[in-house]
Design a protein around this ligand. Structure first.
Ligand code: NAP
Ligand code: GCO
Length: 265
């Protein structure tokens, strides 16, 4: 049974994984035996990431690549295939959010979010699938969101992107399942990373951010998730243990989607 969850001999590319959720998923996959490859948009962040991986005893390979740039992505994947080997596991993790009321958001700002959060997973998946087909297997994991299912004020572009990413996940699963490629999603709940730091900042009077209290009340686990909470689910979806799981979005949310929320005391 242990071997079913092993990633020994596998090469895993996690995009945008110098820190945050991507870094935590990469750590878990390394612990399961995978060789870790990651990218970030700036050399200084790649270097920061390499140092962090080294601190964890992980000999990762880091590359500078903007996942929205198709030419750069194709060159990046070709370089990885030459220097490291064919990618067995792709985690489309890189992502941004812009919290702006929709009617105040410019079309350019909307496009920027769609570009990173939806177009980029398409671009990177398209770049790795041909070699996965030749190799006879592949795992693609798209990092979706609560906003793949729910909306809220100020996140229209992000919700549109993550909703689209849910359906892109199902479509890749449908189109490439016959080549033994499984494409699934992970939908994290609210996770304590730099991306959500503005929602957890202490107020001037030292009280908790209203959104912080809101999320804790909406989560049966009564806490924010930690990036490490996503490691086990990611290893499952990257391993042979999930070879007949395809087109599924695994919500790792502490129960938010199941819960109406704690009534005010
Ligand atoms: P984060 O802390 O903001 O990290 C995002 C990473 O993506 C950073 O390393 C960032 O690099 C990289 N990135 C952004 N744009 C890029 C681009 N064009 N090319 C390459 N790399 C790029 O975010 P996170 O909280 O770890 O979230 C990671 C993923 O999980 C995202 O897809 C996010 O939408 C999703 N998610 C997060 C939560 C949560 O509560 N935190 C919940 C559900 C889903 P730079 O620093 O250079 O920008
Ligand atoms: C927000 C948060 C969320 C989380 C995550 C929830 O502003 O609502 O940033 O979008 O990032 O996507 O699953």
């Amino acid at each position: 049974m242990e071997n079913m969850f092993s990633l020994k001999g596998k090469i895993a590319l996690i995009t945008g994984a110098s820190y945050g959720i991507g870094f935590a998923i990469a750590k878990a996959m390394a612990a399961a035996g995978a060789k870790i490859v990651f990218n970030d948009i700036k050399q200084e962040l790649v270097d920061k990431g390499l140092a962090s991986y080294k601190e964890e005893g992980i000999d990762a390979k880091g590359y500078v690549c903007d996942v929205t740039d198709e030419k750069a992505v194709n060159e990046f994947i070709a370089t990885v295939e030459k220097e490291v080997g064919v990618i067995d596991i792709l985690v489309n993790n890189a992502g941004i959010i812009k919290r702006i009321p929709m009617c105040d958001m410019t079309a350019e700002q909307f496009r920027q979010v769609i570009d990173v959060d939806l177009n980029a997973p398409f671009i990177v998946s398209k770049a790795v699938i041909p070699s996965m087909i030749k190799k006879g297997h592949g795992k693609i994991i798209n990092i979706c969101s609560m906003m793949s299912e729910l909306g809220r004020e100020t996140v229209s572009a992000y919700a549109a992107a993550k909703g689209g990413l849910k359906m892109l996940t199902k479509n890749i699963a449908s189109e490439y399942g016959e080549f033994n490629i499984q494409c699934n999603g992970i939908g994290p709940g609210y996770i304590a990373t730099p991306q959500t730091a503005p929602l957890r900042e202490r107020q001037p009077d030292g009280s908790r951010h209203p959104f912080d209290s809101f999320i804790v009340a909406k989560t049966p686990a009564a806490r924010w998730g930690e990036a490490e909470d996503l490691g086990g689910p990611a290893v499952f979806l990257a391993s042979d243990a999930s070879n007949f799981v395809n087109g599924h979005i695994l919500y790792v949310d502490g129960g938010i989607l199941a819960y109406i929320g704690k009534q005010p005391q």
